[in-house]
Design a protein around this ligand. Structure first.
Ligand SMILES: [Zn+2]
Length: 243
């Protein structure tokens, strides 16, 4: 993976029809030309440009593509903040966040009389998104560690450590030092998807590739490879809209 050194982001706007759309600028040392893309991680429209290109050239470039920008930005799924009264998937189950401002800041998962899942978050309403995210990371580490241990015991392989990150390009990775890394967002997916990712990375402890030998090992170990891969392909990107 290449390291991208980008200068801090600045923004400008283009207009199209009734709309005004924000464009984030990234100047990039290896960029040779102007290009536009929709960031999957942040939902932003990003214009990448060479270090020395002028802002005016970027603006006229973006204006020429204003129709395309408008369509792409309007089509993308809505960003959902993990705040009080929001609903988000937890282990694949839609869960309502309920804030209790007068209860000291704990987090508790329950279900109401209809069997609907609720995540109760104590403390000031402004702290809810941070508390929910901390809770989700803790739960993710717990479930992923459980899954990794399970597949380590089954395969006789052993990782050196497990860490969590908020990666966009992949759900998990395995380093040559046998450190496994996962996206905490997997806690939102159905449990079989998280379980599959644990198996996927444990198998990389033996095969650092996606060769037929690797897939044979993984399929022998994990019963729902195909189902999980299908779910990730269809719904995986959607997990990035919860912030
Ligand atoms: Zn892999």
């Amino acid at each position: 993976m290449s390291v991208v050194l980008a200068t801090p982001t600045s923004v400008f706007h283009v207009e199209f029809g009734e709309g005004r759309f924000e464009i984030a600028i990234r100047r990039h040392p290896r960029s040779k030309r102007l290009s536009l893309r929709l960031s999957r991680a942040t939902g932003e429209m990003v214009l990448t440009m060479p270090m020395r290109a002028s802002l005016a050239s970027a603006q006229s470039f973006a204006q020429a593509y204003a129709g395309w920008i408008a369509t792409r930005l309007q089509k993308q799924p809505e960003i959902i903040t993990l705040a009080a009264q929001s609903t988000f998937p937890l282990r694949g189950v839609m869960t309502l966040i309920v804030n209790h401002p007068r209860v000291a800041g704990g987090v508790m998962l329950t279900c109401d009389e209809n069997g609907d899942a609720q995540l109760h978050v104590g403390g000031d309403v402004s702290h809810v998104p941070r508390r929910v995210k901390d809770y989700l990371k803790k739960q993710a580490l717990h479930d992923i560690t459980f899954g990794v241990k399970h597949y380590e015991a089954k395969s006789g392989l052993k990782s050196s450590r497990i860490t969590l990150r908020d990666t966009v390009s992949r759900w998990g990775s395995c380093s040559s030092q046998k450190a496994l890394n996962f996206s905490w967002r997997l806690i939102m997916a159905p449990p079989l998807v998280l379980d599959y990712l644990a198996a996927h990375e444990v198998c990389h402890l033996k095969e650092m590739n996606h060769s037929p030998r690797y897939w044979a090992l993984l399929n022998a170990l994990c019963p729902h490879v195909e189902e999980a891969e299908r779910w990730l392909k269809k719904h995986g990107a959607g997990l990035h809209r919860f912030r």
